[in-house]
Design a protein around this ligand. Structure first.
Ligand SMILES: Nc1ncnc2c1ncn2[C@@H]1O[C@H](COP(=O)(O)OP(=O)(O)OP(=O)(O)O)[C@@H](O)[C@H]1O
Ligand SMILES: [Mg+2]
Length: 311
């Protein structure tokens, strides 16, 4: 699957000197090289650092007035609370200086997973989602995310499209607007649960590490919720990567995270797909080139999957 382009990210040299010095001090060697991986739409620093002693570390940093700092601090708390063996990189530290905050994370070495049918990465990802959702979130994780309302609970879009259908909406979607608006309206009432939810699952928020295998990164939206959220989020991504909607619908029907809650799964998929349809038609935010085009593609994939589920 083509990974959305990275654009407009802050660079290592944009980080205030006192924070760079603090990080080099904590890591024990000067930074000799930085690479900004492709993927994501954010504007903050998100870079792999190489140090003079050959070590590598991954750093996310932003000014404290930037809302991404709160998201990074949340991500750090989550990474520090996940159970051993969870498919996530280790937290190495949080550092603050000059009104900036940096979160240092163990570096993962490898590409984004290949979610196409020919690769085993999709299967590996399904297995990981089964593993992390098969029992309630452990207490330290629940405490770390406590009070964070799930951003997924607020997803919607069909309500607005129903009120004012855009001219470019596919006829098949237009025909189903009342049904889709009703399904997504049920979602907020179903969005609660006690399982680990990554909350932003896409190929570019995963790395296939050469040693650890497929590993989930970017835990900034992590919460607790129903088991189905991440598996249902992965499903349209598989369609974008070349799986047929019918195959993905079958996988979703049988996966342990979604099989026992078909109504919640469908309500979530309706809300997520509505969000994509609505957002794709809004003006592009600065510094996030590629986002609207991605949302158009994702909206079509989500709708194809919903059509299979709804018959
Ligand atoms: N621990 C890591 N080691 C190596 N590369 C990583 C690591 N974590 C993330 N990446 C890579 O860096 C990219 C950006 O990281 P991440 O997604 O965490 O940042 P973000 O700014 O929150 O992203 P988004 O733009 O999705 O909001 C990821 O798409 C991934 O390619
Ligand atoms: Mg990301």
């Amino acid at each position: 699957m083509p990974v959305p382009p990275t654009s407009g990210r802050l660079q290592w040299t944009d980080v205030p000197t006192p924070l760079r010095a603090r990080l080099e001090d904590a890591l024990g060697a000067p930074v000799t090289d930085t690479v900004t991986p492709a993927g994501g739409f954010g504007h903050q620093l998100a870079a792999a650092l190489t140090l003079a002693d050959g070590q590598r570390a991954f750093v996310k940093a932003a000014p404290d007035h930037d809302p991404l700092t709160d998201a990074n601090v949340h991500e750090a708390a989550v990474l520090g609370s996940l159970p051993p063996g969870a498919p996530a990189p280790d937290l190495l530290g949080i550092h603050r200086a000059a009104d900036w905050t940096a979160v240092v994370i163990a570096h993962l070495d490898g590409p984004h997973p290949d979610l196409s049918p020919a690769s085993g990465d999709a299967e590996q990802t399904w297995a990981l989602l089964d593993k992390i959702t098969s029992s309630p979130a452990p207490a330290p994780y629940a405490a770390a995310v406590n009070g964070t309302s799930s951003t997924t609970a607020a997803l919607h879009g069909w309500d607005e499209l129903l009120a004012d259908p855009p001219a470019d909406l596919a006829p098949a979607a237009r025909d189903r607007l009342p049904q889709l608006a009703e399904l997504e309206a049920a979602w907020p009432g179903l969005a609660h649960g006690d399982r680990i939810v990554h909350g932003d699952l896409r190929a570019d928020n995963m790395v296939r590490d050469h040693h650890l295998g497929v590993t989930l990164v970017d835990w900034a939206h992590a919460t607790t919720g129903p088991a189905c959220i991440d598996a249902a989020s992965l499903a349209p991504q598989l369609i974008l990567a070349g799986h047929t909607p019918a195959d993905v619908a079958r996988l979703l029907r049988d996966h342990p995270a979604t099989a026992s809650s078909p109504e919640t799964t469908t309500a979530f998929l309706a809300a997520l797909t509505g969000h994509w349809h609505r957002s794709a038609r809004q003006p592009a935010p600065p510094g996030a080139s590629g986002l609207r085009a991605y949302q158009h593609r994702a909206a079509a994939a989500g709708f194809a999957l919903l059509s299979c589920r709804l018959g």
